[in-house]
Design a protein around this ligand. Structure first.
Ligand code: SF4
Length: 559
């Protein structure tokens, strides 16, 4: 594994409508209704210039319409009367596009899809290797409003049968071992002439590629569900308050239990169209990897669900410029990823390496992670929990576990070959891992490693806020209550002490000091003298602890 120099890998500009959605929100958060109206008109103009909308364009337009609905009373009161007209025209354009596309459902063939992607051979191999979801259809007949994917109402297009088989085969050929057949559509919606998802499952049974299928069982697809159940397909039914009774009936007819998901009151999450644009919620995305859709392919990075990322993840379009593909991690493996550490992926020659910086979406997650227990699902580590590992109690526990850590490393590296026969690289790795553990058991080291970790995060945030004023303002709004509380509680305590002393002080939880510094950095644009003093202390601290992520030792350390 090698670290590359800082580049712009995966740091592409946000799509136009995503930028506009963010600008609209900042305008409404700040009560700048004139600005809101102007941006809304720009959006209408943009929509009018398109002959039809791609799936993601329509999803973003839907988010924009939903935010209009959410803030409608204030907008109608404070904007000119023409805002209503602008909104109606946008609504009509979307309705027109829905009607046009759903009346003429097309099947996308493989060559057209691949040509549109415009990828090299190496890029395609990586796309198929790291694909985690395969969305066979664009649009959803079920449209259950319970969709974090913001699925579009009504089926618009499908991959052709031939395209589906070809894409699955390419995935299997690239050693991809599992694919989820869902996304912003219900897999039971897929069809071409007489063929259904059942034919695709038959083909999958001939490949070395496991699949999973999650369905809400669209109303006309009940007999298809029975066919799939009869052939023991690997499917689960996602239960909502709407389909619960229907599924119970099918289960009784079928006389065998059906595998179900989300069948809990607390999991009947109102998502998608119920986004409120003012709160921060957990991510519902459970994987890092590529999403394949009729509209193209996207690298998915999970993040908290909020106005900034209503999907609960960031979609980065795979284009001819993409030269880094994150290692695919799904389910439990994805939960174990520390979202605040640089990502591991493949370069175009399929060599694995770690980025040496955080992606913008990861920095946003750090900023939004307010330490609330509910924000991180069980199994996922929050930043607050991460900072705790440098404290005395976990350090002593680590020290006690030294023997079993050494045994585990021995099993992993030398049990079969013996130390002498290890390759030079593995010898180095083995020794480095032992050293890293022993270092991490020493009190003084724990303190300095904690400072390096925090310095890395603060430096990332400091650079981010300079480049992203709109998104920073959005997060300031989303976190305004927490910020008020943190400033009120800590301003006095913090003003006379250095970050080094505060961050290792046993008397204050360093997570809250860290939050204080985040808010200070975010205030850069609307500086006051007090902020200025705090920020120069933070910048001095970042300089004193130049930091880099060491993936072998899995720590942040001196650069
Ligand atoms: S959750 Fe599934 S069934 Fe519901 S709208 Fe989204 S894709 Fe369709």
């Amino acid at each position: 594994m090698t670290n590359l120099k800082k580049t712009d890998v995966l740091q592409t500009n946000d799509p136009f409508l995503e930028q506009k959605k963010n600008e609209l929100l900042v305008a409404v958060y700040d009560n700048h209704y004139e600005a809101f109206e102007k941006i809304y008109k720009d959006i209408l103009k943009h929509a009018q210039s398109k002959s039809e909308f791609s799936e993601n364009t329509e999803k973003l337009l839907n988010q924009i319409q939903t935010l209009f609905k959410k803030f409608k009373p204030a907008l109608l009161k404070n904007c000119t009367p023409s805002i209503k007209e602008t909104n109606n025209r946008l609504k009509d354009l979307i309705l027109f596009s829905i009607k046009k596309l759903s009346r003429n459902i097309i099947h996308i063939n493989f060559n057209t899809w691949e040509t549109n992607l415009d990828l090299s051979h190496q890029q395609k191999e990586l796309l198929y290797k790291t694909a985690m979801t395969f969305q066979l259809t664009s649009g959803c007949s079920n449209y259950c409003r319970r969709c974090n994917e913001w699925a579009l109402p009504g089926v618009r297009s499908h991959f052709s049968h031939h395209a589906v088989l070809k894409i699955l085969k390419q995935m299997a050929d690239q050693g991809n071992d599992e694919i989820s057949l869902y996304g912003a559509s219900d897999p039971l919606d897929w069809e071409e002439n007489e063929k259904t998802i059942s034919d695709i499952i038959d083909y999958l049974d001939t490949l070395k590629l496991e699949y999973s299928l999650l369905t809400k069982v669209p109303k006309t697809k009940e007999s298809l569900l029975k066919t799939l159940l009869k052939k023991h397909s690997n499917l689960s039914v996602s239960i909502t308050s709407k389909n619960k009774a229907r599924i119970k009936k099918i289960e009784q007819d079928f006389e065998n239990p059906i595998s179900k998901q989300h069948d809990l009151e607390e999991l009947l999450i109102p998502a998608g169209l119920d986004e409120d644009f003012v709160t921060i919620n957990p991510s519902i995305t459970d994987g890092y990897g590529v999403e394949v859709t009729p509209d193209g392919a996207f690298i998915i990075i999970p993040t908290f669900t909020s106005a900034l990322h209503p999907f609960g993840h960031k979609k980065i379009q795979v284009t001819s410029k993409t030269n880094f593909f994150p290692i695919k991690k799904t389910g439990r493996k994805a939960l174990l990823v520390d979202y605040f550490k640089p990502i591991e992926g493949y370069d175009l020659k399929q060599k694995r390496y770690y980025l040496d910086y955080l992606l913008d979406v990861q920095i946003e997650s750090i900023i939004l992670d307010n330490g609330e227990y509910e924000l991180t699902p069980p199994g996922m580590r929050s930043l607050k929990e991460y900072l705790f590992i440098f404290e005395e109690k976990p350090r002593i526990q680590r020290k006690k576990m030294t023997l079993s850590v050494l045994k585990r490393l021995k099993r992993q590296f030398v049990l079969t070959t013996g130390f002498k026969k290890l390759s030079a690289r593995n010898k180095e790795l083995y020794l480095k891992k032992i050293k890293a553990h022993l270092n991490f058991c020493k009190k003084a080291n724990c303190r300095s490693l904690k400072l390096f970790a925090i310095s890395f995060f603060l430096e990332s945030i400091s650079n981010y806020v300079l480049k992203n004023p709109i998104k920073t303002k959005m997060m300031q709004f989303l976190l305004k209550d927490e910020k008020k509380l943190v400033f009120k509680t800590l301003t006095k305590k913090i003003s006379h002490a250095s970050p080094e002393d505060l961050l290792i002080s046993p008397d204050i939880d360093s997570f809250y000091i860290f939050r204080f510094y985040i808010f200070s950095l975010m205030n850069k644009s609307n500086d006051t003298n007090a902020n200025d003093t705090n920020n120069s202390a933070i910048l001095k601290f970042i300089k004193a602890y130049p930091s880099v992520y060491d993936p072998v030792a899995d720590i942040f350390t001196h650069h």
